[in-house]
Ligand binder design. Structure first.
Ligand SMILES: [Zn+2]
Ligand SMILES: [Zn+2]
Ligand SMILES: [Zn+2]
Length: 255
């Protein structure tokens, strides 16, 4: 299985518009972060986790030619605003794009992209096939996806485990029974916004605490704010099994 981090930035992205801080002014490519999303390739299938405002550039940069579906973690715009751009896949495959999300999340998609769900559709609107999921394992053509219930302040969000890989963005609480589902991981991707604590995201020190409890072979931090600091400097201070993610990072996982 191959995972590509399509974006590793928080909701504003990095650089932030009109910000003169050293991170936003950095020339290091790893300090340029599109909104958080990932691509998963396994058994010839290609899946995206989230489709934020940078979806189009992310598909172009990773040269994605085929997309079997999109898993939505939650309905915030930084994870859903790019859904209109699935039109390109609709045209190339002549099929709707499969979207997987919880009931509340799919309702939000129907509201935000209401033009795609009207009875008489304007020609060329995106073609979505909504598939409701819950906190129960899903089986898709031999692929088992185990949802993980996490909390983003009070908002229930889904993380996903596939084999020995797990992805938990936008959260600052994982209940004990869900922590049990995250044992024996080869790779854990988890959000770590900045050093200071935050209402709805793990800070980097909090994310490291969770990583210590779960003890995956390798942990990668995502959903990063410009307030975290320069990639180069922060990354070298991390525990040996923890790294900062960066856009375009490719991770190979043997199931
Ligand atoms: Zn987010
Ligand atoms: Zn900045
Ligand atoms: Zn969010």
């Amino acid at each position: 299985m191959k995972v590509t981090l399509l974006g590793t930035g928080t909701s504003l992205g990095v650089p932030v518009i009109a910000c003169d801080c050293p991170v936003c002014q950095s020339s290091d490519q790893r300090d340029k972060r599109m909104r958080t999303a990932a691509l998963l390739e396994t058994n010839g299938q290609v899946w995206a986790i989230d489709a934020g405002p940078d979806f189009r550039m992310q598909m172009l940069q990773s040269k994605v030619k085929r997309l079997d579906g999109i898993f939505l973690t939650h309905e915030h715009r930084d994870h859903t605003a790019g859904l209109d751009d699935v039109r390109a896949f609709n045209w190339s495959t002549r099929n709707p794009i499969q979207i997987y999300g919880e009931e509340r999340v799919l309702k939000s998609v129907q509201r935000e992209f209401s033009y795609a769900f009207q009875e008489y559709k304007y020609p060329g609107v995106p073609d979505f096939k909504l598939n409701q999921i819950s906190n129960q394992p899903i089986h898709l053509d031999g692929l088992e996806v185990i949802p993980i219930r996490v909390f983003h302040h009070q908002l229930p969000v889904l993380g996903f485990r596939i084999g020995s890989f797990a992805y938990v963005t936008d959260a600052n609480c994982i209940p004990p029974e869900e922590m049990d589902k995250l044992q024996n991981l080869e790779v854990l991707i988890i959000n770590g916004l900045r050093y200071e604590s935050h209402l709805s995201h793990y800070s980097l020190p909090e994310a490291i605490e969770v990583i210590e409890q779960l003890n995956p072979k390798r942990a990668i931090i995502t959903h990063i704010s410009h307030q975290l600091g320069l990639h180069e400097e922060v990354n070298k201070r991390l525990p040996s099994n923890v790294e900062l993610g960066y856009d375009g990072m490719v991770i190979e996982i043997d199931h």
